[in-house]
Design a protein around this ligand. Structure first.
Ligand SMILES: Cc1ncc(COP(=O)(O)O)c(C=O)c1O
Length: 444
């Protein structure tokens, strides 16, 4: 099978018919960037309902970590489904949930024993982290970062500071949530530079927030994405996480790493925070953990997760089929796919960086492993954000059979399945270059 292969105008007739029905009955709050209607997928290829085949560098928003319908994951799911589908791990016991908690304890970068709380999504993992850190510290306030995305339920939404539309009309938010600038090296905040932004952003917490707004001894936790995902695939300098760790230790504040998007091998290590050498106290994990089945986990130092029976639970959380999928996923990640993400990710990044010579729309290429962002600008000097151009490039890529997603105001994210090959990465770069060229031509 050659990927991609576009055989009909897009959307094709079958896709169009489904989209027309969707418009009548499905919530209009979803943000569909282009009209893809999937019929099936395998590895990094997706076939739509009209027989068009796409190269998938979106992976269902960084979820299909082992590729579409990996045989080992499908087998684990069917084997478990034939035994039992649900029993509620909050009221009863089953081994897949225990085994997954044991497995997580062996792969997270937290020493000395951890416990896991199971939910169904990233936002539930964050809610659990929020409740746990308040409970464990007896403190009410939390700090997160501008540009962060932590989810859309009311607690996690209060931490989210990505796009105003995500909050508009839903207030009031949770009280006691403070936001600090995030160290974006390309757009260093508060007059800082790429080199100084890590220190300046941590100093903001210490000298602005702690001086004027909230006493550190009343802060339960700082929530941070080691790489901002929805915010634009922005990689924080290692020094930033290291300084945050020092600051949190100094004040007895818990450090929560939101690895919902950056975790499970995507960054070329099992968790992105491992690149920095920092040990968090609590981690939120979801998306890629079960290759597409719903699962979210809050993992914490064992001594911290000491809440009593009844304090927190979820009927569906840790569903046995999702746990089986997660166990198969982790085996594949450990065996090959984390290493593949590092290798093919470096190849993809080099290819995208090389495109910058011919394509002035490219302002910045950054990332780790197979979590790569390309920020588009109208002018490299002023760094004016190329927002409409970004949307146009995403659409032009789709029309050529490449699936990518926007992130932030003007970035494009490459978050392919971690089975992507070097050859597929080269195809993605070639098509992306063509899409950029088409949109650049319309601007001349
Ligand atoms: C870093 C991060 N945290 C939390 C979430 C929320 O996850 P979910 O959409 O599964 O609720 C997301 C989703 O994109 C995310 O990227």
């Amino acid at each position: 099978m050659t990927t991609p292969q576009i055989k009909t105008p897009l959307p094709g007739p079958n896709a169009k018919a489904i989209i027309d029905r969707d418009k009548l009955v499905v919530s209009p709050s979803y943000t569909r960037g282009y009209p893809l209607v999937i019929a099936s997928g395998t590895g990094s290829s997706v076939e739509d309902v009209d027989g068009n085949i796409f190269l998938d560098c979106a992976a269902g928003i960084a979820v299909n970590s082992t590729g579409h319908s990996h045989p080992a994951v499908v087998k684990a799911i069917t084997d478990q489904a034939q035994k039992f589908l649900h029993m509620s791990g909050t009221d009863f016991y089953y081994e897949p949930q225990v085994r997954l908690a044991e497995e997580l304890a062996s792969i997270v970068p937290i020493q000395g024993g951890v416990r896991s709380f199971f939910g169904n999504s990233g936002t539930e993992a964050i809610e659990a982290c929020l409740k746990l850190t308040r409970y464990a510290t007896g403190r009410q306030n939390v700090i997160a970062f501008l540009g962060a995305f932590h989810g859309r339920t009311m607690g996690s939404l209060s931490l989210t500071a990505s796009k105003a539309i995500q909050r508009r009309g839903f207030g009031p938010m949770l009280p006691g949530v403070y936001h600090a600038p995030y160290p974006d090296r390309y757009r260093a905040p508060l007059g800082s530079t790429a080199e100084s932004c890590a220190a300046v952003c941590v100093d903001f917490i210490e000298h602005q927030l702690f001086t004027h707004l909230v006493s550190p001894d009343e802060v339960a936790a700082i929530f941070v994405e080691p790489i901002q995902g929805e915010g634009g695939y922005i990689v924080a300098p290692d020094e930033f996480l290291q300084r945050l760790r020092e600051l949190t230790m100094k004040h007895g504040i818990l450090l929560v790493a939101d690895e919902v998007q950056s975790g499970m091998g995507r960054s070329g290590k099992m968790f992105a925070i491992e690149h920095t050498g920092v040990e968090p106290d609590v981690m939120a994990i979801a998306k890629g953990i079960a290759s597409g089945l719903p699962l979210g986990v809050a993992v914490a130092r064992a001594g911290l997760m000491a809440w009593p029976p009844g304090a927190h639970a979820s009927t569906f959380g840790g569903n046995p089929v999702s746990c089986a999928a997660a166990l198969a996923t982790i085996a594949l990640l450990k065996d090959q796919l984390v290493a593949n993400a590092a290798d093919v990710g470096a190849h993809l990044m080099a290819g995208l960086k090389a495109l910058a010579d011919a394509h002035p729309l490219i302002g910045d290429v950054r990332g780790r492993g197979l979590m790569v962002g390309v920020e588009l600008v109208r002018d490299r000097q002023t760094k004016e954000r190329a927002t409409t151009e970004r949307d146009a490039v995403v659409t032009a890529a789709f029309m050529r059979g490449l699936l990518v997603l926007g992130a932030g105001k003007n970035a494009i994210r490459f978050s392919p399945p971690l089975v992507l090959t070097r050859g597929e990465a080269e195809t993605a770069v070639r098509i992306f270059g063509e899409a950029l060229g088409e949109i650049e031509a319309t601007r001349r």
